[in-house]
Design a protein around this ligand. Structure first.
Ligand code: PEP
Ligand code: MG
Length: 610
């Protein structure tokens, strides 16, 4: 008996990843295996050719029906923009370079349709992978999707749409299409080995309200379909084969989270004001126009960060003209006014696609953000024109990404002045006083914030990058994830330095990294005097709850102490005790009954557990 229980406990494994979309899901896993489809060539006789062509035609028709379904769900849930990705895949199916070539191949080589599909599409894939154009390289994922969809239909394998509802999807990686389709099937959550909080799967999961954890390193190798798992999208954990006590604990947390969401409702219309009347502004980080409803739902006062690169990523830079951008920006501005929309200029490079191929050894230290924009006027100028034109319809702010030096920013200012002059000459109305701010996301800018503050209208601190550059820890690298400490005193000192410099020069300071949505950081940031928090909308009510539970003076004292800490764990202990005293904070609330580390903790979790 004793033996059995030890064995049962040893099966529980905890994986720590990155929370991508909040919520707690408990249910059986569905292992979605996207590994290479192996296709073997089979010779067919002349007499079999017609039947093979017919088999191919049937597979194409079924794939078309699939993609129609996916596009219509995407359109309904996420809007036109997202649907276009799947419509493009559908068009590929009948494109002569795919459809006709596959038929020709079957006829001339007298081989099975599966092999012809793989051969023709692999050829396209190889060509695109080698392309100089990053947009074309991005399309590789679409072609792989099309290939695998066709082959699965030819083999009449269980297709994605047949995934049982009420399962938690576990995968090495997922595409936007997968998440849309899964959400339609009523799945409980998504857990992936790779991906970061700003990867497509995370963005889609948040927009669709599907709890998700990414960067779980090795999870998909440790799970079988049907294994019971717990997915905690708040803390970013997955527990495989939980012990009965862990299960009971998470059932309580799940219920608690449900009540918390209900309870948040009363916070939505209230101001983010401390007990002694100090007010903060809470704004939203958005990526998709379809997420606009979330502003009202979670009580955001405008948009603190609109990552425009997602627009380009969805359509490809070649399809995002000035007029198209104006059309999108105008809709956003009109829906968000009288609150402002902060549009961040295209932030390419790093882990985001580049418009022009450029292999770099250290992309995060390479050609990204403002550096790309200054080198590529064909991207910067239309975007500036579109944004300025949109400013005629409501308040906007322009945010410049990845600034690293003052002279770089001055060059940008010159370009902006030229664009304004051009619009004036064209008689286009725009707001002459559009505020222009910079992302403070590299240490050089934080350290020189006093000088930048003389030349910009606002600061937005990007702690996602600021942390990686300050601590020399790649934000997307699983191996060093435990070293990526968002509450590291070095980062906090740079944040404080930036806030003080901004205030000395009378400009507002916002923070739009993930830290802004983390209730653990709220009292410290508030105590440092931050003016605006900008986070993914679902995180805002908890930030507000913390703000409304404190005196500003107490938060100032806490921030002072945090700045004197020597390590991130000292800061965490300090703030946890503080939150406990104040009886608030989502994480605090969910962690109140934290289990002690189990015997069966997976290697992956001990590697990543901080
Ligand atoms: C940041 O770096 O904190 C930020 C908000 O920008 P992104 O995450 O898009 O790099
Ligand atoms: Mg950044």
């Amino acid at each position: 008996m004793e033996q059995r229980s030890i064995q049962a406990e040893a099966q529980e494994r905890i994986f720590v990843g990155i929370p991508a979309a909040p919520g707690i899901a408990i249910g059986p896993a569905y292992l979605f295996n996207k590994r290479e489809v192996v296709v073997e060539a089979r010779r067919i006789s002349e007499a079999e050719v017609a039947a093979e062509l017919e088999r191919f035609e049937q597979a194409v028709q079924r794939a078309e029906r699939d993609l129609d379904k996916i596009s219509s769900v995407a359109r309904e849930k996420l809007g036109e923009e997202s649907a276009s990705v799947f419509e493009a895949q559908r068009l590929m199916l009948r494109d002569a370079s795919v459809y006709d070539r596959i038929r020709d191949y079957i006829q001339t080589h007298r081989c099975n349709a599966d092999y012809a599909v793989a051969h023709v599409l692999d050829e396209h894939i190889r060509r695109l992978e080698a392309s100089n154009n990053a947009y074309l390289r991005e399309r590789v994922a679409d072609l792989i999707d099309v290939k695998e969809r066709l082959i699965r239909h030819l083999r009449r394998e269980k297709l994605l749409s047949a995934v049982d509802p009420e399962h938690i999807i576990v995968a090495e990686n997922l595409t936007a299409a997968d998440v849309v389709l899964f959400s339609r099937r009523g799945i409980l959550g998504c857990a992936t080995d790779h991906g970061g909080p700003t990867s497509h799967v995370s963005i889609m999961a948040r927009a669709l309200g599907v709890p998700a954890v990414v960067s779980l390193h090795g999870l998909s190798d440790s799970v079988q379909t049907g294994d019971l798992i717990i997915l905690d999208g708040i803390q970013g954990r997955v527990v495989v084969n939980p012990r009965p006590e862990t299960l009971a604990l998470y059932r309580t947390r799940q219920e608690r989270y449900r009540r918390l969401l209900q309870d948040q409702q009363h916070l939505i219309p209230l101001p983010a004001e401390t007990l002694d009347g100090h007010c903060f502004v809470l704004r939203a980080n958005l990526e998709l126009i379809e997420e606009l409803d979330l502003l009202k739902k979670f009580g955001a006062e405008g948009i603190g960060l609109f990552r425009t690169e997602v627009l380009f990523l969805m359509r490809g830079p070649l399809n995002v003209s000035e007029d198209y951008q104006l059309h999108v920006y105008r809709q956003i501005v009109e829906r968000v006014k009288p609150n402002p929309t902060t549009f961040r200029l295209l932030d390419l490079g790093g882990d985001k696609m580049l418009p022009i191929a450029h292999r770099e050894h250290n992309p995060f230290l390479g050609w990204r953000g403002l550096r790309v924009l200054l080198d590529r006027p064909e991207l910067l100028l239309p975007q500036l024109r579109a944004l300025l034109r949109a400013s005629a319809y409501g308040p906007i702010r322009i945010l410049v990404p990845m600034v690293t030096a003052l002279d770089e920013y001055r060059r940008f200012q010159e370009v902006l002045e030229d664009v304004k002059a051009e619009l004036r000459a064209r008689g286009e109305p725009f707001d002459e006083a559009v505020p222009v701010g910079i992302m403070v996301e590299v240490p050089s800018v934080a350290l020189m914030a006093d000088l930048f503050a003389e030349e910009v209208d606002f600061f937005s601190i990007g702690t996602n990058d600021l942390t990686q550059y300050t601590l020399a820890v790649d934000r997307g690298n699983d191996l060093v994830a435990p070293l990526y400490e968002a509450l590291h005193p070095a980062v906090l000192r740079l944040v404080k330095h930036t806030i003080d410099a901004g205030h000395r020069h009378g400009i507002p300071v916002s923070l739009c990294g993930e830290l802004a949505g983390d209730p653990q950081a709220t009292p410290i940031l508030a105590g440092m005097g931050l003016d605006e928090f900008s986070a993914a909308p679902p995180y805002l009510p908890e930030v507000k709850r913390v703000i409304r539970a404190m005196q500003f003076r107490e938060a100032q004292e806490l921030a002072e102490q945090a700045l004197q800490c020597r390590t991130a764990s000292e800061v965490t202990a300090l703030v946890n005790a503080w939150l406990q005293e104040h009886g608030c904070g989502l994480l605090q609330y969910m962690q109140a009954d934290e289990p002690t580390a189990g015997n069966g903790r997976a290697e992956a979790s001990s590697l990543q557990e901080s």
